[in-house]
Design a protein. Structure first.
Length: 226
């Protein structure tokens, strides 16, 4: 069993949050926290801003500071946004990581899905086909994002789900949600249809095969959009 230890590099404010894990509970005013923690108000404000950027607290005028449930995504998103700004090719490296994560956790994630999740997946596929076959044609990007995240939603691992959420934010950052190659979109959603049908019929291996084949399409998309 892991011993409970706190990193020596963690700030006084983050130590306080870790010691008071009641979700959504309003925190004391900064002057009160300053006295309790023995940290100046100015330094505490800086620590609070770091916690806000990491998605650990919500800060609103008039309502004060409330802690939020832990999620890994904001920390990844901040670093990934900078990496992509520095060099756009970093998105491809992160897309490769995402592909490995999805394939590694596919079997575990699919087995955890509930009947209501199956219904959500069916509805997402149906909505996507309506957009693609409509007039005018619409890009079913929200459905694309939600379908993948729904498949992995039951995993009790905030780091896996956080990395996957960060991928989709980066996908939008580089503009792939606006790309309009109809043949590509049709092929992607044919694979999605196979994935969802396989999940709902408990043919996990057929779904895995469709997943691994369809994730290679992202490289074709990026190449054709450059």
């Amino acid at each position: 069993m892991l011993r409970e230890r706190t990193s020596p590099d963690i700030s006084e404010f983050l130590r306080y949050l870790a010691a008071h894990p009641e979700a959504e509970k309003k925190l004391p005013p900064l002057p009160e926290l300053s006295r309790e923690l023995g940290v100046g108000v100015a330094a505490l404000r800086e620590q609070l801003e770091v916690a806000r950027a990491l998605g650990l607290v919500d800060v609103k005028p008039g309502t004060g500071v409330k802690r939020k449930p832990y999620t890994f995504a904001p920390a990844v998103q901040k670093s990934l946004d900078y990496a992509i700004t520095l060099k756009k090719d970093h998105f491809m490296a992160f897309a490769d990581l995402r592909q490995h994560i999805e394939t590694a956790y596919w079997h575990e994630a699919v087995k955890l899905l509930l009947p209501e999740d199956h219904e959500v997946l069916h509805n997402l596929v149906a909505r996507a086909w309506e957009k693609l076959r409509g007039s005018p044609i619409e890009i079913p990007h929200p459905e694309h994002r939600e379908l993948h995240l729904t498949i992995y939603r039951r995993l009790n691992n905030p780091f896996v789900t956080g990395l996957l959420q960060a991928y989709w934010d980066a996908y939008e950052t580089v503009g792939l949600n606006f790309f309009t190659d109809y043949n590509y979109l049709t092929e992607v959603w044919q694979y999605h249809q196979k994935m969802v049908d396989s999940i709902c019929s408990n043919d996990i291996e057929a779904g895995f095969k469709a997943l691994t084949e369809h994730t290679d399409l992202i490289y074709q998309l990026i190449s054709s959009s450059q």
